[in-house]
Design a protein around this ligand. Structure first.
Ligand SMILES: *Cc1c(COP(=O)(O)O)cnc(C)c1O
Length: 356
């Protein structure tokens, strides 16, 4: 079979290392003669997996000792409610940079006053607003560092005078970040880490316990932290796969190395979008995402959109169709995407241009 290049936005490409080791553990976990799918999560072998994965998250992101790492079921969307449930006492501020940010805002409003400091909705979320101020009495300022659907990314983390909370679902582990600026960082696993079913959450423990409302146990960061991320049965398979991905990241030299590779891959693809007469990028140049590259056909070639899609698919390029709210194409080039696949896409774009 011809090699497929996986550009899906999520669930999305995982390293071969992750997939092979997870498949092997589904057959025979830690030499136990049993499948990973049928062992107790409280057995010593899985506790070791859970602990090592949490330690590796800390190591790779240089998480300070003020913060703890937990794995929580329910994906990033669960964190849209869990973060305000645990942290929003009176008021929180949010930056509206896209569909996911808007969903986070909607949930936060259930818990208190929400100040939306700026929005890029006026231009279909094609840029990151930069002129705004955050009320100093806000409990936190929520940002979405990478906007998966619209292909924009915050290239600098803002300093606003209140602690940050961030949805990093689609760019966690793609670059180093200063975790000390954040009360909470959360990310659904299915972009840069593991199969869906779990979110990794990094929480500053002394930011907890400050809200007046009672918090149901499963939605309480404190309960998950105090139980070493084993309050109930955790998503065993995604956490095992996450550990494989984290080991693979460490083996390659950690986040500074991954960041360099990501910068290089994105530069190759954006250069071709800018050069090729058929295409144009949709995101403001200075806010272009290194993870999700969105592009459309230039006006005069609009009618070739489905022809290019078919041509690319025939050449092994999978998952390039853009989200319906942007249209056109989106190439998701997460950490696990090799440079050779980005080069193959560029070759396909060049070859298609020649046919026109
Ligand atoms: C995919 C994604 C989500 C949604 O994640 P779920 O795990 O499906 O809830 C939220 N935020 C961002 C930035 C995403 O990319």
């Amino acid at each position: 079979m011809k090699k497929k290049h996986n550009f899906y936005a999520g669930p999305s490409i995982l390293s071969e290392y992750t997939i092979k080791n997870t498949a092997a553990a589904v057959e025979n976990f830690a030499g136990s003669g049993l499948s990973l799918l049928e062992v107790s999560h409280r057995g010593k072998d899985f506790i070791a997996v859970n602990d090592e994965a949490r330690v590796l998250v800390k190591e790779l992101l240089d998480v300070p000792s003020t913060h703890e790492v937990i794995f929580v079921g329910g994906g990033a969307s669960m964190q849209f409610c869990m973060a305000p449930y645990n942290l929003l006492n009176k008021k929180a501020s949010y930056l509206d940079t896209g569909t996911w940010a808007s969903k986070a805002i909607k949930e936060a409003k259930i818990f208190g006053e929400v100040e939306v400091v700026a929005s890029s909705k006026d231009k279909n979320y094609s840029y990151i607003p930069k002129e705004y101020s955050v009320s100093p009495d806000s409990d936190y300022f929520h940002i979405t560092t990478n906007n998966t659907i619209f292909g924009t990314e915050l290239h600098t983390i803002p300093d606003v005078g209140v602690p940050l909370v961030s949805d990093m679902s689609s760019d966690i582990f793609s670059r180093p970040v200063d975790v000390s600026k954040f009360n909470v960082i959360y990310a659904g696993a299915q972009k840069n880490l593991a199969p869906s079913g779990v979110a990794v959450v990094i929480v500053r423990t002394d930011a907890l316990g400050k809200v007046d409302r009672p918090i149901p146990s499963m939605l309480s960061y404190r309960i998950h932290v105090d139980n070493d991320s084993m309050y109930n049965t955790p998503p065993v398979l995604p956490i095992f796969a996450a550990l494989q991905t984290l080991k693979w990241y460490k083996e390659q030299g950690g986040l500074p190395v991954l960041q360099q590779k990501n910068i290089e891959k994105a530069a190759i693809l954006y250069a071709e979008i800018d050069r090729n007469k058929l295409f144009k990028g949709t995101a403001a140049v200075e806010d272009r995402s290194l993870m999700n590259v969105c592009f459309v056909m230039n006006e005069e070639y609009k009618e070739l959109e489905s022809a290019f899609n078919e041509y690319a698919t025939a050449n092994g390029m999978i998952g390039l169709k853009g989200h319906r709210s942007v249209g056109g194409f989106r190439a998701s080039i997460y950490n696990a995407m090799p440079k050779s696949s980005v080069e193959a896409l560029v070759e396909t774009m060049k070859a298609f241009e020649k046919t026109v």
